[in-house]
Design a protein around this ligand. Structure first.
Ligand SMILES: [Zn+2]
Length: 134
């Protein structure tokens, strides 16, 4: 159906992180489908602001998703055991907060949520524009 609700997730390429994030967005964003924009260590890339080309590619993919599917929510996730962004949980959570700010700064008409996928593959909310300014 053309009007089925969509959400979008910016996530690592890691297979362990996909389902927890997609399930969280589908359930809590009340959407049927979740477009996945993947990048190794996506939280670290967005938080660090470099390389700029990769951030531009992520942004472009998110804009296609939001533009074509009218996504109402964009999640940015980091996860435990990330090979591409091998930092502590505390640093991941900082990266996720910063990354969510970057995504919110793109000015899309969406709810922006930062998620942490823990070692039990549970998605935890780090920040949520529905509850607080990012
Ligand atoms: Zn990863």
């Amino acid at each position: 159906m053309a009007n089925d609700p969509f959400g979008t997730a910016i996530n690592c390429i890691d297979g362990r992180a996909q389902r927890p994030v997609a399930d969280w967005v589908a359930t809590n964003g009340q959407v049927k489908y979740v477009d996945m924009v993947t990048e190794p260590g996506a939280d670290g890339v967005l938080a660090s602001g470099a390389p700029a080309e990769r951030i531009a590619e992520i942004r472009q993919a998110v804009e296609v998703s939001v533009g074509a599917h009218n996504s109402t929510i964009v999640a940015i996730a980091g996860h435990d055991g990330c090979a591409a962004n091998p930092v502590s949980e505390e640093e991941h959570r900082e990266n996720i907060r910063q990354a969510a700010k970057v995504v919110a700064g793109w000015g899309l008409p969406v709810r922006v949520v930062g998620l942490w996928v823990d070692s039990w593959r549970q998605a935890q909310v780090v920040c949520d524009s529905a509850n607080e300014p990012l």
